[in-house]
Design a protein around this ligand. Structure first.
Ligand SMILES: *Cc1c(COP(=O)(O)O)cnc(C)c1O
Length: 370
């Protein structure tokens, strides 16, 4: 359940309407600059969604590295479908590796799957946890592989004091309404290499080499109607109304995440003696966004029903992707992910909750004898 700062959002959006500029440019530029300042990342391109950003990242890296169709990207089965669709959308092959106790890719499992056709690793920081991301980054450097970070849950996550994303060739954040930096629908793709950022900007607007904003507001000689088109491209760029909401949400991100971590700490304490459930640990060195608070429960479905009967509605993030018919060829190859997929619960965690709400959920779990 997102919490919007309604008056501040309306004031930022009002500026867009008064300026007569709601599209790409203006607030999208301001938000990109604010995001770079906040994260310390070198480049940031505002896009329509993280799904678009993930596809764009794979597409740009494939082109830059002259990857062939059916080349491989090692990825996790425990994620939202966007992650692995992005690989297939570029005619590449997702190779599923198992997860570790943080429910993120296990470096040993990844290493065992590297072949001469492996081009990249796709890492998901599940729930805002960074897992063994630094080890994966070192592995990729050592083996000449690209690292793509699906950072959809990682707005505000720090790893060894540095904002998540610096470890990767491309990091993709989601600002969907249900994420911890909520707009309505948008995302950010952050390339390490400025040349790839430039390429992504062309591809995200149908291959056109300059956007309308640069051609009008920024051009000293007035409107330049002439532009070049070198590629097919997509319609993936973000717009100023979403960026206006993002600018407001970013002002509160650290404060909001701190509140999430306090609620998570309250869950940790309240569930410490509860044998029925095991909280997923946060990796050492990680200051998580706490987009999610995840537990594992042996009798998950019964516990869910028990909680639902008490008007508590947790979520599940995610179903093992190799369970879906389109990825079924890989079923049974990632046993830890498959088991987690049957045991996972994301407990309620949002900014309108108080410690007393956490206590109520914990009490409901304690009365479950499964
Ligand atoms: C939400 C999510 C996405 C997609 O984000 P959108 O902005 O909705 O496209 C991708 N990966 C993960 C892990 C997500 O949770």
């Amino acid at each position: 359940m997102p919490t919007f700062r309604v008056e501040e959002c309306l004031a930022e959006i009002k500026e867009c309407l008064e300026q007569g500029w709601t599209g790409i440019g203006y607030k999208t530029v301001a938000f990109e600059e604010a995001w770079k300042t906040y994260t310390g990342l070198a480049n940031a391109h505002f896009v329509a969604s993280a799904s678009a950003g993930l596809h764009l990242a794979v597409s740009v890296l494939k082109q830059a590295g002259a990857w062939k169709d059916d080349d491989e990207i090692i990825t996790t089965p425990l994620t939202f479908v966007s992650t692995n669709h992005a690989i297939l959308q570029e005619q590449l092959r997702p190779v599923f590796a198992d997860v570790d106790e943080y429910l993120c890719l296990d470096p040993a499992a990844v290493e065992a799957l590297i072949t001469p056709r492996t081009r990249a690793v796709m890492f998901v920081g599940l729930g805002g946890n960074s897992g063994r991301l630094p080890d994966i980054a070192a592995l990729c450097r050592g083996r000449g592989l690209r690292l793509i970070l699906d950072a959809a849950h990682m707005a505000g996550t720090r790893v060894d004091g540095v904002h998540a994303g610096a470890q990767a060739d491309a990091a993709v954040f989601s600002f969907h309404a249900v994420k911890n930096l909520p707009t309505a629908d948008s995302g950010m793709v952050c390339f390490r290499d400025p040349a790839l950022d430039t390429q992504a900007r062309k591809l995200s607007w149908l291959g056109i080499d300059k956007d309308t904003y640069s051609r009008t507001l920024r051009s000293p000689s007035g409107y330049h109607w002439r532009y070049e088109v070198e590629h097919i491209g997509f319609k993936y760029h973000g717009n100023s109304v979403m960026a206006a909401m993002g600018l407001v949400a970013l002002r509160y991100l650290d404060q909001d995440n701190a509140q999430r971590r306090e609620l998570a700490a309250a869950y940790d304490e309240a569930l410490a003696d509860c044998a029925a459930v095991r909280p997923v640990p946060v990796a050492p060195g990680c200051e998580p966004s706490r987009h999610l608070y995840q537990i594992l429960a042996r009798h998950r479905d019964a516990l869910m029903a028990h909680l639902n009967a008490r008007s508590i509605y947790p979520g599940v993030h995610y179903r093992d992707n190799t369970d879906y018919s389109m990825y079924r060829a890989a079923a049974g190859t990632c046993l830890r992910a498959t088991r987690a997929s049957h045991e996972l619960i994301s407990l309620p965690l949002h900014l309108r909750m108080r410690q007393s709400d956490v206590a109520r959920v914990a009490r409901a779990i304690a009365t479950f004898d499964g």
